[in-house]
Design a protein around this ligand. Structure first.
Ligand code: NAP
Ligand code: F7E
Length: 346
């Protein structure tokens, strides 16, 4: 049969139905991953928390009318504190891939609510792993699991950090992520689960939570430019982070689950910058001139323990996943600054 005809027949064959379940679907990464998976033809299910205010702003544009034929995006109420509901959702949805992006994800806040952080960020992952183990045993179906691990686990380990760097966490959040990461590895080794850790370095976007430093800076600049604020109050400007662009990092999550074998991967840019550099470049980009006129240091934003420097060594991801970051630091700053300025104008 001629090659072209074979290709046409192949294209006409119905695609195998792929089903993904995302915990943390309303977060920065959850929203980008949902977009990516819908584009790839997946049916996407997400767990959301009941709140007294709307918490779906990042995925509102993806909502599909409940009665729409061929609907591909579905939501369920639940919480990582609630093992019964996690289990119910997994049994109902029968996913091929599960992404655990849900967490109390704020490092500074984790010092104020350490027990809650451990319960959600740490034990939450274990609850999902246990449910998957039972689901696989009872139904014979295979599920692939992605755990959102973090560079915060490296803490004060010497940079650059890779998959073999020891974890010396410096926050309840970091310690909870180490627990979840170890459990993910254990369920892979002990029970043969296809479970992977994506050890992601800081990644940002216009959808970044407003109290993380990059977004706090770009949002603060937009308010100053619009005449709504005079000052921006920050903490430690000397900390160094490896900042990348969130949508690209979500592509890496998906790639990890498409590999023949489960493994852990570090994802980052390999470049580090101080908070001060982010501030300086952002003020310059917005045309506000010298940042020192606007920025004040407020010690309430200091942390009891700090991670001073993070730099990703991504050789493994580049080699195995063929993944590499595209967006440069200065472009990330530009994207975030102008998105906040333009949004405020609207
Ligand atoms: P994010 O914007 O803070 O989103 C966190 C998500 O978790 C939200 O959907 C949130 O729901 C949900 N959540 C919080 N508590 C929950 C609970 N008790 N039960 C169920 N869901 C809960 O975080 P992100 O930046 O997208 O990051 C995604 C994941 O990667 C997180 O696990 C984070 O710790 C980890 N991580 C992030 C980075 C980064 O630089 N962004 C780097 C490494 C690892 P609500 O919308 O209702 O709050
Ligand atoms: O802080 C300093 C602060 O809160 C970055 C989370 O996504 O990435 C994130 O954690 C640095 C720190 O991110 C302020 O002391 C100065 O050194 O934006 P951040 P983070 O702590 O690195 C990791 C990889 C995660 O996994 C986490 O989930 O900035 N800093 N002044 C400040 N930080 C904040 N938030 N606010 C300030 O005013």
């Amino acid at each position: 049969m001629p090659k072209a005809r074979k290709l046409i027949i192949l294209l006409r064959l119905p695609m195998k139905k792929r089903v993904a379940l995302i915990f943390g679907v309303t977060g920065q990464d959850g929203s980008y991953l949902t977009e990516l998976l819908l584009k790839k033809g997946y049916f996407v299910h997400g767990m959301i928390r009941r709140a007294s205010t709307f918490n779906t702003a990042r995925v509102n544009h993806l909502f599909q009318e409940i009665h729409k034929k061929g609907r591909k995006f579905f939501m369920y109420y639940g919480d990582l504190a609630d093992a019964g509901t996690i289990r119910k959702i997994i049994y109902k949805v029968k996913p091929h891939e599960i992404y655990n992006l849900a967490a109390q994800s704020h490092v500074k806040v984790s010092f104020e609510i350490p027990e809650y952080t451990m319960d959600i960020t740490g034990n939450g992952a274990l609850r999902i792993l246990e449910a998957i183990r039972d689901f696989q045993l009872e139904t014979g179906r295979k599920v692939k699991f992605y755990q959102a691990s973090s560079s915060e686990m490296f803490g004060v380990s010497k940079p650059p950090q890779n998959e073999n760097t020891p974890f010396i966490p410096q926050s309840p959040y970091g310690a909870a992520k180490v627990f979840a990461c170890n459990m993910t590895k254990l369920y892979r080794d002990a029970y043969g689960l296809f479970a992977v850790n994506g050890i992601l370095f800081n990644h940002e976007s216009p959808r970044r939570g407003e109290t993380f430093v990059t977004r706090k800076i770009t949002r603060g600049i937009a308010r100053i430019k619009a005449g709504l604020d005079k000052k921006l109050y920050l903490g430690n400007l000397d900390a160094k982070r490896d900042w990348g662009y969130a949508p690209e990092f979500c592509e890496a999550m998906w790639l990890m689950l498409q590999q023949p074998k489960p493994d852990d991967y570090v994802i980052g840019t390999g470049e580090t910058h101080t908070v001060k550099e982010f501030v300086e470049l952002s003020f310059k980009e917005a045309g506000l001139g010298n940042w020192k006129k606007y920025v004040e240091i407020d010690p309430q934003y200091y942390r009891p323990a700090e991670v001073n420097i993070l730099i990703a060594d991504t050789k493994k991801a580049r080699r195995v996943l063929k993944w590499k970051p595209k967006t440069k630091f200065k472009d990330l700053v530009k994207i975030m600054v102008w998105d906040d300025i333009n949004n405020l104008k609207k």
